[in-house]
Design a protein around this ligand. Structure first.
Ligand code: UD1
Ligand code: UDP
Length: 384
């Protein structure tokens, strides 16, 4: 049988966490010749994930520079990826999500007339400025892609409404597959975390989004400082993103507070274990909104909107916005109101069942005529 050559292209931490399990699945299946190209839009944060999943990329564009701009990332990828595509000659290029790597890699593949498969397709806020630039990136990739791997039925409905064309499959999110590798009871690799007392209430937080740079981030960090001072018995653990803008703001507001622990970015295993052992999560991250509900942890989203409404509907995720007073009120209520906490703290899995990678492999095999078995769709189990 002639194998289908698949090139997976990714560049940042979240893309890597969600694409590495897929690259491993593709490698295990006889129908595929799986290759990996990293743009390294992120460097240390990407390498940490590659190490966790033991993936050695076939191509590494190594583009990251300090305080890079959207244009420099896009320009470098467009210029360098064409040569990789001509060397590798894949029959399909897989991209993930909504980063600048996602958009530039999809465009580069289109320029080479290679079909694009979009993993984590169809998430939308329908506000072009929020999240910025991700909403535009994923919408544009939706137009380019010929295979759309939508995590949920709602994501598929968005794509159908936009009449993007191509084939749409509901697969679940590969992040739930990734968690099968990462969550366990072992000690943390990060020594500071082994000193945290998890019998106290621990709040795991992250914050990094570009649209939160400036005043929203100042307000978010002020609210977290207010919370830590008002509740000295809790511990806030915040692994700070390596973006210099985030580092400066986080350290200015939070470094001097004794019950706030600022760490370097964690590897994926530590991050998932941290959430699993925490009381609740506060975040502007996309991935954490999918992971924490699967672990039964309430999530306060530090944004005005979300493209992941499924867990909001299920009651485990609440939008806190970016106003200092609102964030303080909602987070302190979760610390003091047991009924409110219990109503949010139940495990839900609207985003996947750990089989997304298999479904994507099945869909590719079927789409390219290597199998006549039509792939099944992911359907979340009804929550009790
Ligand atoms: C990017 C994505 C965002 C995603 C986020 C995940 C875009 C436009 N944004 O945003 O969608 O949510 O990744 O974390 O694609 N840096 C390092 N080392 C690293 C990683 C980053 O030093 O390993 C620093 C560099 O100075 C870099 C800066 O962080 O210039 C910003 O990185 P960049 O990828 O441009 O933006 P993110 O905010 O990480
Ligand atoms: N994550 C991690 N270490 C950290 C912070 C986050 O491994 O210190 C993981 C997290 O569990 C999730 C992914 O990184 O899988 C989310 O990445 P991020 O928040 O940077 O991006 P987003 O999901 O918002 O695009």
């Amino acid at each position: 049988m002639t194998k289908l050559r698949v090139l997976s292209v990714f560049g940042t931490r979240p893309e890597a966490i969600k694409m590495c399990p897929l690259a491993l699945s593709l490698r295990e299946r006889p129908e595929f010749d799986s290759r990996v190209c990293v743009t390294a839009q992120h460097r240390e944060m990407l390498d940490s994930v590659l190490e966790t999943f033991r993936i050695a990329p076939d191509y590494d564009l190594n583009i990251m520079e300090p305080e890079q701009t959207l244009s420099t990332i896009t320009g470098k990828i467009l210029t360098q990826l064409g040569a990789v595509l001509r060397d590798c000659r894949p029959q399909i290029v897989l991209v993930h999500g909504d980063t600048t790597t996602t958009f530039a890699a999809a465009l580069a593949a289109f320029y080479e007339k290679i079909p694009v498969g979009h993993v984590e397709a169809g998430l939308r806020t329908y506000d072009r400025w929020s999240p910025y630039p991700e909403e535009m990136n994923r919408s544009l990739v939706g137009r380019i892609a010929e295979y759309h791997f939508a995590p949920t039925a709602q994501n598929k409905a968005n794509l159908e409404r936009e009449a993007v064309g191509g084939r749409i499959f509901v697969t679940g999110n590969t992040v739930i597959d990734a968690m099968r590798y990462t969550v366990n009871d072992a000690p943390f690799a990060c020594a500071e975390l082994n000193d945290v007392d998890f019998s106290r209430k621990v709040v795991a937080m992250t914050c990094h989004r570009r649209e939160n740079y400036g005043q929203p981030m100042e307000d978010i960090f002020s609210a977290v400082a207010d919370l830590a001072r008002a509740f000295p018995e809790i511990t806030v653990v915040y692994p700070v993103h390596l973006s210099p803008t985030v580092q400066r703001a986080a350290r200015a507001h939070l470094a001097a507070i004794p019950n706030v622990l600022l760490t370097d970015p964690l590897d994926a295993m530590d991050m998932h274990k941290l959430m699993d052992r925490s009381y609740m999560v506060m975040t502007d991250s996309g991935g954490l909104q999918e992971e924490a509900p699967a672990l039964g942890k309430p999530v306060l989203v530090l944004r005005r909107e979300t493209e992941r409404p499924e867990a909001v509907a299920a009651g485990t995720v609440a939008l806190a916005g970016t106003q200092r007073g609102d964030i303080f009120a909602l987070s302190s209520a979760l610390l003091t109101d047991k009924a409110k906490y219990d109503a949010m703290a139940h495990a839900v899995n609207p985003y996947g069942d750990g089989q997304a990678c298999r479904r994507i492999c099945d869909a590719l095999a079927w789409g390219f005529g290597l199998s006549d078995r039509q792939p099944e769709e992911f359907r979340p189990r009804q929550q009790a």
